[in-house]
Design a protein around this ligand. Structure first.
Ligand SMILES: Cc1cc2nc3c(=O)[nH]c(=O)nc-3n(C[C@H](O)[C@H](O)[C@H](O)COP(=O)(O)O)c2cc1C
Length: 171
Protein backbone atom coordinates (compact mmCIF):
# COMPACT_ATOMS: atom_id res chain seq x y z
CA UNK A 1 0.00 0.00 0.00
CA UNK A 2 1.25 3.44 -0.77
CA UNK A 3 2.26 5.88 1.89
CA UNK A 4 -0.20 8.70 2.38
CA UNK A 5 2.63 10.92 3.48
CA UNK A 6 4.28 13.06 0.86
CA UNK A 7 8.02 12.97 0.36
CA UNK A 8 10.25 16.04 0.13
CA UNK A 9 13.34 15.43 -1.98
CA UNK A 10 15.73 18.33 -2.23
CA UNK A 11 19.24 19.50 -2.92
CA UNK A 12 20.61 22.56 -1.17
CA UNK A 13 24.12 23.82 -0.57
CA UNK A 14 25.00 25.74 2.61
CA UNK A 15 28.30 27.62 3.15
CA UNK A 16 29.27 30.75 1.22
CA UNK A 17 26.55 31.77 -1.21
CA UNK A 18 25.41 34.62 -3.41
CA UNK A 19 23.79 37.60 -1.69
CA UNK A 20 23.37 35.90 1.70
CA UNK A 21 26.88 35.46 3.16
CA UNK A 22 27.96 32.15 4.66
CA UNK A 23 25.11 29.85 5.64
CA UNK A 24 24.65 27.03 8.10
CA UNK A 25 21.52 25.92 6.27
CA UNK A 26 20.93 26.52 2.57
CA UNK A 27 18.03 28.54 1.20
CA UNK A 28 16.19 25.66 -0.44
CA UNK A 29 16.64 23.58 2.69
CA UNK A 30 14.80 26.23 4.72
CA UNK A 31 11.82 25.89 2.40
CA UNK A 32 12.08 22.09 2.45
CA UNK A 33 12.05 22.02 6.26
CA UNK A 34 8.97 24.23 6.35
CA UNK A 35 7.14 21.97 3.88
CA UNK A 36 8.07 18.99 6.06
CA UNK A 37 6.88 20.77 9.21
CA UNK A 38 3.58 21.76 7.64
CA UNK A 39 2.74 18.53 5.79
CA UNK A 40 4.38 15.84 7.93
CA UNK A 41 6.27 14.69 4.82
CA UNK A 42 9.24 12.36 4.88
CA UNK A 43 12.57 13.86 3.87
CA UNK A 44 15.35 12.94 1.49
CA UNK A 45 18.19 15.38 1.09
CA UNK A 46 20.44 14.77 -1.89
CA UNK A 47 23.91 14.78 -0.32
CA UNK A 48 26.79 14.92 -2.79
CA UNK A 49 29.37 12.16 -2.48
CA UNK A 50 31.99 14.84 -3.09
CA UNK A 51 30.91 17.88 -1.13
CA UNK A 52 30.84 21.15 -3.05
CA UNK A 53 33.54 23.62 -1.96
CA UNK A 54 32.67 25.96 0.88
CA UNK A 55 33.99 28.81 -1.24
CA UNK A 56 31.35 30.34 -3.51
CA UNK A 57 33.63 31.02 -6.49
CA UNK A 58 35.06 27.49 -6.40
CA UNK A 59 31.53 26.09 -6.42
CA UNK A 60 30.64 28.33 -9.35
CA UNK A 61 33.65 27.01 -11.26
CA UNK A 62 32.84 23.40 -10.48
CA UNK A 63 29.16 23.81 -11.34
CA UNK A 64 30.15 25.40 -14.67
CA UNK A 65 32.33 22.41 -15.44
CA UNK A 66 29.63 19.93 -14.43
CA UNK A 67 27.10 21.66 -16.61
CA UNK A 68 29.35 21.92 -19.65
CA UNK A 69 30.15 18.20 -19.45
CA UNK A 70 26.55 17.26 -18.61
CA UNK A 71 27.93 15.46 -15.56
CA UNK A 72 25.92 13.24 -13.24
CA UNK A 73 27.58 13.77 -9.83
CA UNK A 74 27.12 10.92 -7.39
CA UNK A 75 25.17 11.29 -4.18
CA UNK A 76 25.18 9.41 -0.87
CA UNK A 77 22.43 6.94 0.07
CA UNK A 78 19.10 6.89 -1.73
CA UNK A 79 15.39 6.51 -1.13
CA UNK A 80 12.85 4.22 -2.75
CA UNK A 81 10.21 6.59 -4.09
CA UNK A 82 7.81 3.81 -5.01
CA UNK A 83 6.01 4.11 -1.66
CA UNK A 84 5.07 7.74 -2.23
CA UNK A 85 2.37 9.21 -4.44
CA UNK A 86 3.24 12.87 -3.93
CA UNK A 87 6.77 14.18 -4.09
CA UNK A 88 7.91 17.74 -3.51
CA UNK A 89 11.13 18.29 -5.45
CA UNK A 90 13.31 21.23 -4.36
CA UNK A 91 16.52 22.69 -5.73
CA UNK A 92 18.40 25.96 -6.31
CA UNK A 93 18.82 27.29 -9.83
CA UNK A 94 22.38 26.75 -10.98
CA UNK A 95 23.26 28.42 -14.25
CA UNK A 96 19.69 28.69 -15.43
CA UNK A 97 19.18 24.98 -14.89
CA UNK A 98 18.74 22.29 -12.27
CA UNK A 99 22.02 21.42 -10.54
CA UNK A 100 23.42 18.38 -12.36
CA UNK A 101 23.16 16.30 -9.18
CA UNK A 102 19.39 16.70 -9.30
CA UNK A 103 19.44 15.06 -12.74
CA UNK A 104 21.45 12.24 -11.14
CA UNK A 105 18.56 11.65 -8.73
CA UNK A 106 15.80 12.06 -11.31
CA UNK A 107 17.35 9.60 -13.71
CA UNK A 108 17.74 6.90 -11.05
CA UNK A 109 14.03 6.74 -10.25
CA UNK A 110 10.78 5.69 -11.84
CA UNK A 111 8.36 8.63 -11.84
CA UNK A 112 5.44 6.85 -13.41
CA UNK A 113 2.18 7.76 -11.66
CA UNK A 114 3.77 10.25 -9.27
CA UNK A 115 2.44 13.70 -8.52
CA UNK A 116 5.44 16.00 -8.39
CA UNK A 117 5.37 19.48 -6.88
CA UNK A 118 8.50 21.47 -7.73
CA UNK A 119 9.88 24.31 -5.66
CA UNK A 120 13.10 26.22 -6.06
CA UNK A 121 15.17 29.14 -4.92
CA UNK A 122 17.20 31.47 -7.12
CA UNK A 123 18.65 34.99 -7.20
CA UNK A 124 16.82 36.43 -10.17
CA UNK A 125 16.12 33.60 -12.60
CA UNK A 126 12.75 32.51 -11.22
CA UNK A 127 12.28 28.89 -12.15
CA UNK A 128 14.51 29.34 -15.23
CA UNK A 129 12.23 27.10 -17.29
CA UNK A 130 13.09 24.15 -15.04
CA UNK A 131 9.42 23.20 -14.65
CA UNK A 132 9.28 22.64 -18.40
CA UNK A 133 12.46 20.58 -18.15
CA UNK A 134 10.90 18.53 -15.34
CA UNK A 135 7.72 17.95 -17.33
CA UNK A 136 9.82 16.43 -20.09
CA UNK A 137 12.16 14.48 -17.80
CA UNK A 138 9.72 13.02 -15.28
CA UNK A 139 8.13 10.49 -17.59
CA UNK A 140 4.67 9.42 -16.50
CA UNK A 141 4.46 11.94 -13.64
CA UNK A 142 1.99 14.77 -13.25
CA UNK A 143 3.34 18.14 -12.20
CA UNK A 144 0.96 19.75 -9.77
CA UNK A 145 0.36 23.47 -9.77
CA UNK A 146 2.82 25.93 -11.16
CA UNK A 147 5.54 25.14 -8.67
CA UNK A 148 6.92 27.67 -6.26
CA UNK A 149 10.01 29.78 -6.70
CA UNK A 150 11.49 32.36 -4.41
CA UNK A 151 14.72 34.29 -4.20
CA UNK A 152 17.08 32.70 -1.70
CA UNK A 153 17.42 35.89 0.33
CA UNK A 154 13.63 36.16 0.72
CA UNK A 155 13.42 32.48 1.67
CA UNK A 156 15.44 33.47 4.75
CA UNK A 157 12.79 35.90 6.00
CA UNK A 158 9.51 35.41 7.90
CA UNK A 159 7.74 36.98 4.94
CA UNK A 160 9.20 34.34 2.64
CA UNK A 161 8.13 31.49 4.89
CA UNK A 162 4.62 32.98 5.15
CA UNK A 163 4.41 33.08 1.35
CA UNK A 164 5.44 29.45 1.24
CA UNK A 165 2.74 28.56 3.79
CA UNK A 166 0.11 30.36 1.70
CA UNK A 167 1.19 28.43 -1.37
CA UNK A 168 1.09 25.13 0.55
CA UNK A 169 -2.44 25.86 1.71
CA UNK A 170 -3.47 26.54 -1.90
CA UNK A 171 -2.40 23.09 -3.07
C1 LIG B 1 26.82 27.37 -8.88
C2 LIG B 1 25.70 28.37 -8.71
C3 LIG B 1 25.03 28.83 -9.83
C4 LIG B 1 23.94 29.70 -9.69
N1 LIG B 1 23.27 30.11 -10.80
C5 LIG B 1 22.17 30.91 -10.66
C6 LIG B 1 21.40 31.30 -11.80
O1 LIG B 1 21.69 30.96 -12.94
N2 LIG B 1 20.33 32.10 -11.59
C7 LIG B 1 19.94 32.51 -10.35
O2 LIG B 1 18.95 33.21 -10.22
N3 LIG B 1 20.66 32.14 -9.24
C8 LIG B 1 21.76 31.36 -9.38
N4 LIG B 1 22.47 30.98 -8.27
C9 LIG B 1 21.99 31.42 -6.94
C10 LIG B 1 21.22 30.31 -6.24
O3 LIG B 1 20.19 29.79 -7.05
C11 LIG B 1 20.58 30.84 -4.95
O4 LIG B 1 21.56 31.42 -4.14
C12 LIG B 1 19.85 29.71 -4.22
O5 LIG B 1 18.97 30.28 -3.28
C13 LIG B 1 20.81 28.77 -3.50
O6 LIG B 1 20.05 27.80 -2.82
P1 LIG B 1 20.68 26.82 -1.75
O7 LIG B 1 21.19 27.66 -0.61
O8 LIG B 1 19.54 25.97 -1.34
O9 LIG B 1 21.76 26.03 -2.41
C14 LIG B 1 23.55 30.14 -8.39
C15 LIG B 1 24.28 29.71 -7.27
C16 LIG B 1 25.33 28.81 -7.42
C17 LIG B 1 26.08 28.33 -6.21
Amino acid sequence: MNNKKPLVVYFSRADENYNVGTLEVGNTELLAKEIIAKTGADEFKIEPKNQYPKNYQETIDLATKEQSTNARPEYLNDIDIKDYDTIFLGYPIWWEDLPMIVYSFIEKHDWNGKTVIPFNTHEGSGNANTYEILKAKLQGATLKGDGFNMSGSIARTDEGIQKLDTWLESL
